[in-house]
Design a protein around this ligand. Structure first.
Ligand SMILES: Cc1cc2nc3c(=O)[nH]c(=O)nc-3n(C[C@H](O)[C@H](O)[C@H](O)COP(=O)(O)OP(=O)(O)OC[C@H]3O[C@@H](n4cnc5c(N)ncnc54)[C@H](O)[C@@H]3O)c2cc1C
Ligand SMILES: Cc1cc2nc3c(=O)[nH]c(=O)nc-3n(C[C@H](O)[C@H](O)[C@H](O)COP(=O)(O)O)c2cc1C
Length: 763
């Protein structure tokens, strides 16, 4: 096979090596514009897993690479004068130059033809004599650019500026160094990669960059200014650039996230950074490039590449396998990139929490991962989180809202049970359901959406608090919860609006109009919630006053029923939400138009609820922080919405999303709504409850310790496991949770079993 490899970075060289190892008869030429050994950049980091993959593929080069590694375990987060160090992180680093030299030597030894100082032709017809053209020409790939349409290229330019520098100062840990300047924060990612040098990547926001005048300084001047800013960390060493061509204004870069929908056409295939990039803050670009190279060599090895169909199948397999890996890494990389883009939010944290937030930023590292890496440090985090209380994982720490103290941070999310009678009363089912979940250890149980008016029900089987007759059923439940558990109990009050008068869901069929027995609907605008759905009446001022008064009356009944907390449902397209989201609010009066106008009535309702609810009892509010729809609400709006409700006395925002448009496109995933909670909590400075696809204790502890929420609600996990919190306590060996006396023996046994299982696992 004749192969032209365009670009002699890690991807191109390692692919050439991998092909030659599989069949020495291949003729492979690598075309590289730089001289051998002349390269940009400093060190690159790897994980142990990457080294294992390299060893399986080519033990010879892997052994040389391993012998050149610098190894370190510690990460130190330095914020001004504060230092927080943790260990057990296990990194290996190597100079990019050294890595390339090793790969060049190995390629030569295997008979690869290396053509340095040669600019390749980006017209692929120039390679008619070759069976395969491999574009391994990096992030600025000329081949990818020229044939952009064939590769379905998706490029996202990120907000921050960075410069990839080196220094002779040898750091003994991977250091993240944050310095405050008059123009804002600037930071360095610094790590030693051999006996004489460290990488020193400097990053800051666009506004800090401009504020510091970097837009007017050339590369050399910028480096001098950076030496001054980071002087106390450099011990007199200079900052270095080994890329003369990068000096000048081009030295500052905005990272570009690249993803291709198609990785090949005909006999042309993309490899490494040409096909995809991963933000430098998670250090995975070289790993991806090398692993691409191995996979491409593998699929080509078993294909007859002169047969076009066989080649196409092999290249499709390469893309299918590698694309999944790349998406995983890009997902983590996006979280990490966003963390560095929004870190102003966290700089008010105490240093230990700031460090924790940084370490868990990509969401690949969790609370329990950190416990494994550095149990002593994690213990310190847990003691800090516990403040003066007894140390226990964050989820078992109490949380105070006004005069109410929740015994822990786990919340049973409101979930409709569709078990009320046809006049909205709760009964035996609800007593058992809520009673069991309260006894299961959660700190707070929030009862399902309860209608403030009969026409505010979603289905005929939804409960209500529009009538005094409905109080007694709830009172039985709250009395039971207060007598037989330590949990507090809240109730979600809502009005279905345009989403009312639907059938009790069957399987996955939600929001099916009732037909017979349907009642007239009210909403911000005369717009059905989904095509074919009933069209509500646009609310008049009289309707708005009446519904407000219904919320107030239900609030008084909730107090009489013994609830500790009210959560107002202002999300999910129900009546209050229909005013807030522009997707449902088409009004042209004082209650439609901009956000302030759309919020006016919901705020008036919540203010009235607050006034009717005893001052010592807390008020929560659920919002849809993201409409997942063009023209809808996004998380930035949600910060304003949350702040506005906090301004009328809401104590905690329950951060949900969606259900405001039938054709919304939510991006589901683990903890997928938690970033909105994070943004609201740390930008609007209001307490939040995170919810949505959070199902492990490890998720809960990670969210709480990193300050992304104050409480964590779980819905579906509690449907199948009322004792979710007690199980989590047993798993974590935590005894700081109340167990009803009748169940204590079971909890003790479970805790012991878990402990033994964990010990067996550790050997
Ligand atoms: C600041 C920064 C820090 C990073 N840190 C890390 C890290 O810690 N760990 C990690 O794994 N990765 C890191 N990376 C990413 C890493 O550098 C890349 O992911 C990796 O180099 C990709 O390898 P590649 O072979 O695909 O591309 P490249 O390394 O970019 O190689 C492409 C090659 O093609 C050559 N070329 C391009 N066009 C032409 C042409 N027309 N003619 C001839 N030759 C051409 C170039 O000279 C170059 O040698 C970092 C990147 C940056 C920017
Ligand atoms: C069957 C069902 C009923 C629900 N009922 C309500 C409700 O009454 N009020 C509400 O705000 N959310 C309701 N939700 C949403 C949940 O409170 C929760 O936000 C959602 O299920 C995501 O959390 P999870 O992944 O932990 O389940 C309901 C969800 C389900 C699955």
């Amino acid at each position: 096979m004749h192969i032209a490899c365009l670009g002699g970075g890690p991807a191109g060289l390692y692919f050439a090596i991998s092909m030659k190892l599989r069949n020495p008869a291949h003729h492979i030429v690598v075309i590289e514009r730089n001289k051998a050994g002349d390269t940009f950049g400093w060190g690159v980091v790897f994980s142990d897993q990457t080294l294992a993959n390299l060893t399986t593929n080519d033990p010879v080069s892997a052994a040389t690479i391993a012998a050149s590694f610098a190894h370190w375990d510690d990460i130190e987060v330095v914020v001004g004068a504060d230092r927080v160090r943790s260990t057990g992180h296990g990194f290996i680093g190597i100079g990019r130059k050294r890595l390339l030299n090793i790969l060049q030597d190995r390629a030569r030894e295997l008979g690869v033809e290396l053509r340095f100082e040669t600019e390749f032709d980006d017209d692929v017809t120039a390679y008619a004599d070759y069976d395969l053209v491999v574009a391994a020409d990096g992030i600025n790939s000329r081949i990818r650019t020229r044939y952009e349409d064939r590769f379905a290229v998706d490029i996202q330019t990120r907000a921050n500026k960075f410069m990839w520098l080196g220094t002779a100062k040898l750091f003994d840990a991977f250091e993240f160094i944050f310095e405050k300047t008059a123009a804002g924060w600037i930071w360095a990612h610094a790590y030693r990669f051999d006996d004489t040098r460290s990488t020193f990547i400097v990053e800051c926001s666009q506004s800090t960059w401009q504020g510091l005048g970097f837009d007017r300084l050339d590369g050399a001047e910028a480096m001098t200014a950076l030496e001054t800013i980071f002087a106390r960390h450099l011990d007199g060493e200079a900052l270095l650039s080994n890329a003369a061509h990068l000096r000048g204004s081009a030295a500052w870069i905005n990272f570009r996230r690249i993803l291709c929908g198609q990785w090949s056409f005909d006999n042309v295939v993309l490899l490494g950074d040409a096909a995809h990039t991963a933000h430098f803050s998670i250090g995975s670009g070289t790993k991806l490039a090398l692993e691409d190279a191995i996979k491409l060599a593998e699929v080509l090895d078993s294909a007859d590449v002169r047969d076009r169909a066989a080649l196409a199948a092999a290249l499709a397999e390469y893309q299918a396998v590698r694309h999944v890996e790349v998406l995983k890494i890009q997902n983590s990389a996006r979280n990490s990139t966003e963390w560095f883009e929004t870190l102003d939010r966290y700089l008010g944290f105490e240093p230990i929490q700031f460090a924790y937030s940084l370490l868990t930023r990509s969401q690949r590292v969790s609370h329990e991962n950190l416990r494994l890496r550095d149990p002593a440090w994690l213990g310190e985090v847990e003691r800090w989180f516990a403040a003066n209380g007894p140390p226990a994982p964050p989820m078992f720490q109490p949380f105070a809202l006004r005069d109410l103290t929740l015994p822990n941070r786990v919340v049973v999310s409101p979930v409709l049970t569709y078990e009320a009678d046809d006049v909205g009363r709760v009964g035996a089912f609800h007593l058992v359901h809520y009673g069991a979940r309260a006894q299961g250890g959660a700190g707070l149980v929030i009862a399902e959406m309860t209608a403030v008016a009969p026409e505010g029900r979603i289905t005929p089987a939804c409960p209500g608090l529009w009538d005094d007759d409905q109080i007694a059923g709830w009172r039985t439940i709250t009395d039971f919860v207060h007598r037989h558990s330590r949990a507090k109990i809240g109730i979600q009050l809502g009005h279905a609006g345009a989403r009312g008068a639907t059938c009790v869901p069957q399987g996955n069929r939600y929001d099916v109009p009732l037909g017979q027995g349907a009642w007239p609907l009210l909403s911000a605008s005369a717009q059905s919630w989904r095509p074919g759905g009933a069209v509500p009446t646009m609310m008049t001022l009289v309707d708005m006053d009446r519904v407000r008064d219904q919320f107030v009356a239900a609030t008084r009944r909730a107090d009489a029923a013994g609830f500790d907390l009210i959560e107002v449902q202002a999300g999910h397209g129900f009546v209050l939400s229909s005013f807030i989201t522009p997707l449902m609010n088409r009004r042209d009066d004082a209650f439609g138009g901009n956000l302030a106008a759309r919020l006016a009535w919901p705020l008036a309702v919540v203010a009235a609820v607050r006034a009717a609810w005893p001052a010592h009892k807390p008020l929560a509010l659920r919002i849809s922080a993201h409409d997942w729809h063009d023209g809808g609400i996004g998380p930035d709006d949600a910060v304003h919405i949350a702040a506005a409700f906090a301004g009328v006395g809401v104590d905690v925002i329950d951060v949900s999303s969606g259900e405001t448009a039938h054709d919304a496109k939510p991006v589901f995933g683990r903890m997928y709504q938690t970033p909105f909670s994070d943004q609201i909590r740390n930008e609007a400075h209001v307490a939040t409850m995170a919810v949505g696809n959070i199902y492990e204790a490890d998720h809960v502890n990670s969210i709480l310790a990193s300050g992304r929420a104050d409480l964590v609600a779980l819905g579906r996990p509690h449907l199948v496991n009322p004792m979710w919190t007690l199980h989590a306590a047993a798993e974590l060996g935590c005894l700081a949770v109340h167990v009803p006396a009748a169940y204590a023996a079971g909890q003790m046994q479970l805790t012991q079993h878990r402990k033994r299982a964990a010990e067996a696992l550790m050997g």
